[in-house]
Design a protein around this ligand. Structure first.
Ligand SMILES: *Cc1c(COP(=O)(O)O)cnc(C)c1O
Length: 419
């Protein structure tokens, strides 16, 4: 069972001041999770989480995570600008981009961000763009093929296909990039890889760590490069479905530690600092989309129409992603009605749920669409003239702050050239 982090009494109070729909974030949950994540890796002295800005690019959220010790993982010019405006400085910013623009490398360099190269050809492109090679540089690895985890009697836990992914360098390219970068003056090296997304498994990070630690030991021997950092990137998932079990970051941290002690310490690399670029895991469960039931429609199926639409949360429409829905105040009521929960876009994929069993609904009910704290508001768009919703932060003391206002028609019209 999934319980919302906000009660009906709280929501009634919030909706008296802020019209639905809106994304609501839970400061308490987010801070606790960030602390637990740091605690899980406290055995590694240099550990640094770089929050993947793309997941929740709101200044209030970024500052909150910064207070918990997080850096910012950026992959575009504007994300770099946002990180700077939020007060992230120098190596608190990781720039993990692909298909990168020269201006992006220039700003990353100007800010003193750590640059993570996605391709061998970017060694020269970076040098052309910024006029030198930074002292510290990371490279992204792609082992190709298919990445699987946990094949056994319990079935497959994780499967993803790095061989189909546009990111990173092959093993020979990685060695060549390190040699080239070293020849051009780089002194400290990092290795990065992201092999599977939204993994519901405590084994993903340890498995990835094993691969990267082994690779680091080999590359050190082959190239003589001083490898100081290993970036495990993102990919730790969250249980969107009520029957899924949440990852345990303490177990994940301990699993990575075992690999570290098994592989890196004997290779004389016990000083290596780990980093992560978690996005979804840091914020997804600590956000929800609150929307009001507007209409019921009975045709060949039963529909409940709400005041949010895919422009507020596109994951269900685009990926068929599951987001759990509870009805505020009816959390314990029997789920006896099968409905499609729809937005109002002129697109039939604009459904937050299909054939979902929900309690008896009434017009005016507030639906809580769970786990929208990452890639929720962030992926919003303006199709059909829909305006992006507000973002609110439920503070630890129970008060609520508006952390992004809803768009107005003037925002929508602002970029048009009126002739
Ligand atoms: C998206 C992304 C992340 C975050 O991934 P999550 O699965 O949300 O943790 C981290 N690093 C890079 C380079 C990314 O593109």
């Amino acid at each position: 069972m999934k319980t919302p982090f906000v009660t009906k009494a709280q929501l009634d109070k919030i909706t008296a001041s802020y019209p639905t729909p809106f994304h609501l974030y839970d400061e308490k949950g987010m801070r606790k999770n960030a602390r637990d994540s740091y605690a899980a890796f406290s055995w590694n002295p240099g550990f640094q989480e770089y929050f993947a800005v793309k997941a929740t690019p709101n200044p209030a959220i970024l500052k909150l995570l910064k207070e918990e010790g997080c850096g910012a993982d950026c992959s575009s010019l504007v994300e770099l600008m946002l990180a700077e405006r939020c007060g992230f400085k120098g190596p608190q910013i990781m720039f993990s981009s692909n298909n990168t623009l020269a201006e992006e490398y220039q700003l990353a360099d100007k800010l003193g961000a750590i640059i993570n190269l996605d391709d061998l050809t970017h060694v020269e492109f970076l040098e052309e763009s910024i006029g030198h090679i930074p002292e510290t540089i990371f490279c992204r690895y792609n082992p190709g093929g298919v990445f699987t985890l946990g094949e056994g009697k319990d079935g497959l836990q994780v499967m993803d296909t790095p061989g189909e992914a546009k990111y990173g360098m092959t093993r020979p390219q990685l060695a060549e990039a390190f040699r080239l970068l070293k020849a051009k003056g780089a002194r400290y090296f990092g290795i990065h890889a992201f092999l599977a997304s939204n993994t519901i498994s405590n084994d993903y990070y340890p498995e990835l760590a094993g691969i990267l630690f082994q690779l680091a030991a080999e590359l050190k021997a082959e190239t003589g490069c001083d490898i100081r950092y290993i970036n495990l990137s993102g990919g730790i998932g969250v249980p969107y479905r009520p029957e899924e079990e949440a990852n345990d970051i303490a177990v994940i941290g301990a699993g990575v530690r075992r690999k570290f002690e098994e592989i890196l310490v004997p290779a004389g690399m016990g000083h290596v600092a780990l980093c992560s670029e978690l996005g979804r895991f840091m914020t997804a469960p600590y956000g929800c989309l609150v929307t009001k039931v507007l209409h019921f429609k009975h045709i060949y199926k039963e529909y409940a129409g709400v005041d949010a639409c895919a422009a507020d949360l596109m994951r269900p429409a685009v990926y068929g992603a599951y987001h759990h829905i509870t009805v505020s105040g009816k959390e314990d009521a029997p789920c006896c009605r099968k409905v499609d929960v729809t937005g109002s876009l002129c697109e039939n994929c604009d459904k937050f749920a299909v054939d979902r069993m929900l309690p008896e609904l009434e017009r005016g009910d507030l639906l809580v669409i769970h786990d929208t704290g990452a890639h929720g508001h962030a992926m919003g768009y303006n199709y059909n003239g829909k305006l992006r919703s507000a973002e609110l932060l439920l503070r630890e003391d129970g008060s609520v702050s508006l952390i992004r206002r809803a768009e107005t028609p003037e925002d929508y019209f602002a970029t048009a050239i009126w002739q």
